[in-house]
Ligand binder design. Sequence first.
Ligand code: THU
Length: 130
Amino acid sequence: MSLIDHARAVRENAHAPYSKFKVGAALRSQSGAVHVGCNVENVAYPEGTCAEAGAIAAMVASGDTRIAEIAVIADSPKPVSPCGGCRQKIAEFADGDVVVTMATTAGVTLQTTVADLLPGSFDADYMSKV
Ligand code: THU
């Protein structure tokens, strides 16, 4: 099963009654394990969480810490792009050259990298004087 297939499957479990926009994410960690997540919205809107955040939380909870590859899928007109917050969350656990596959449920995919999604990212180096 490809990473996109995993993301497509978990997307079905998304809790998105407010936006109606279901998102699925799947990542392969450096151990080879696949971790998945979907968006989980809340009636208190800011409390909702993105699919990528769920997949990352599952990875960390399993004891893995590095992302080797990540995919995200939604029923969007063009391959769905991780939001700004998710780009920062992905960058915490992925090298810049990690491939991010963005997909539509219709089957269109687009590949980019973590570095291209988040150029000039804030990282621990900025805190080196602390
Ligand atoms: N969403 C994600 O799960 N990932 C993204 O990167 C983009 C946005 C979710 C959040 C919210 O539940 C819905 O899509 C609409 O913004």
